[in-house]
Design a binder for this molecule. Structure first.
Ligand code: PLP
Length: 389
């Protein structure tokens, strides 16, 4: 009997349990010293002046956009091939997402199309490092600078990755990480905003805490939690608790080990699947240090969506977690109803989305599990080929 192989599985060590235990036995369950330490660890890792912990990646993106002054009537250029949060956060501010089609190799939005989508109403470029791939960031940064608008990184899938040695999260005026349990590191729920801009950091710190005024920092750059009862602006409760932050601290301390294990797992999948022309493997260019968030393969062009769905069903019948990542945002029922998008609007993203298969991928996945998943995937693809002929 072989255990189920889930799509994703968080890994919590004894050290992390001990850190959480420490917090639970303290009298600081909400924001406290663990939040400050977690912020310091992320700021150091990404080489940024400020890190502001929040309750989720989505909350972080919402605050990042508000802090950049995005509001009603504004346009933000972004990708339709992403998790829906990267576009929903634009709608929260009253601004409009302007989608552009993607590059068929990196699966990130295509910088050439970004440039043609910029209008006088464009107030930001929101770039997503899809599946952890930073390939387009430098081009987006140059475009943002040329048009004097901020680049905002939705880096929720990219912690630990780099492009030409430069960390994901250090390209945008502001960047946001996410720590949902399927990410490279998890806090259960959580997010982190990073920036070098003092005003953006202060606005985010205040807005995560009901718009409270911040007390003067003890030292330049020191975390400030906003304990006064003066409220300068409309804010939210987007705080992270010390319980969640304890997990983040423990996981950040072993981030390199996590990244390395995930890199080995991705390489093993590549080795086992590269002999099959029916499968298109992820492409990583020489400038990129991937931070593997998920392992997503694509079926070759001749495969239909129905065939892809049957292959995913077949994997699941064998107790192997698999999923279609991502359905295009513009074709989600809510976006179609609100904006009138039809299939055909962004053909490359759509063609990609209907042939993707996310395979089980997590830090502790074993070679045996990877081998079993790869064999079963090939078997399911073979079955579809027989049906077709
Ligand atoms: C995970 C993720 C987020 C944030 O998700 P939360 O669940 O709010 O932490 C945002 N954007 C992308 C692209 C993501 O993958």
């Amino acid at each position: 009997m072989i255990d189920d192989i889930p799509l994703s599985r968080p890994e919590i060590t004894q050290d992390e349990l001990a850190l959480v235990d420490l917090v639970l036995r303290s009298d600081r369950l909400a924001a406290g010293p663990m939040v400050e330490e977690f912020e310091a660890l992320i700021a150091r890792r990404t080489g940024r002046r400020h890190a502001v912990a929040v309750s989720s990646g989505t909350a972080g993106l919402h605050l990042a956009l508000l802090a950049c002054g995005i509001g009603p009537g504004d346009e933000v250029v972004t990708t339709p091939f992403s998790f829906i949060a990267s576009s929903n956060c634009i709608l929260y501010t009253g601004a409009t997402p302007v989608f552009v089609d993607i590059d068929p190799v990196s699966l990130n939005m295509d910088p050439a199309r970004v440039e043609s989508a910029i209008t006088p109403r464009t107030r930001a470029i929101l770039a997503v490092e899809v599946f952890g791939n930073p390939a387009h960031l430098d081009a987006c940064r140059a475009l943002a600078a040329k048009h004097e608008i901020p680049l905002i990184e939705d880096a929720c899938e990219g912690l630990g990755g780099a492009w030409r040695g430069r960390a994901i999260g250090s390209f945008g005026r502001v960047a946001v990480f996410g720590f949902y349990p399927n990410k490279q590191i998890t806090t259960g729920e959580g997010g982190m905003i990073v920036t070098d801009d003092d005003a953006i950091a202060d606005a985010c710190r205040s807005m995560r805490n009901q718009g409270r005024a911040l007390e003067p920092a003890a030292a330049p750059g020191a975390a400030r939690l906003g304990m006064s009862f003066r409220h300068d602006r409309l804010g939210f409760n987007y705080r992270m608790s010390d319980v969640n932050a304890a997990l983040g601290v423990g996981q950040m301390r072993r981030l390199d080990g996590i990244l390395e294990a995930r890199d080995l797992a991705a390489r093993e999948y590549m080795r086992l699947l590269m002999d099959t022309s029916d499968i298109i493997l992820p492409t990583v260019d020489g400038d990129t240090r991937m931070s593997w968030f998920v392992f997503v393969v694509r079926l070759a062009d001749e495969y239909t969506e129905e065939e892809r769905d049957r292959i995913i069903e077949g994997l699941r019948r064998h107790d192997i977690g698999a999923a279609a990542y991502f359905p295009c945002i513009h074709l989600q029922p809510f976006y179609r109803a609100r904006f009138g998008f039809e299939p055909g609007s962004f053909p490359i993203a759509e063609r990609t989305a209907l042939r993707t298969i996310a395979l089980p991928f997590f830090t502790r996945i074993s070679r045996r599990e990877i081998d079993l998943v790869s064999q079963t995937l090939k078997l399911m693809i073979g079955r579809e080929n027989i049906k077709r002929s």
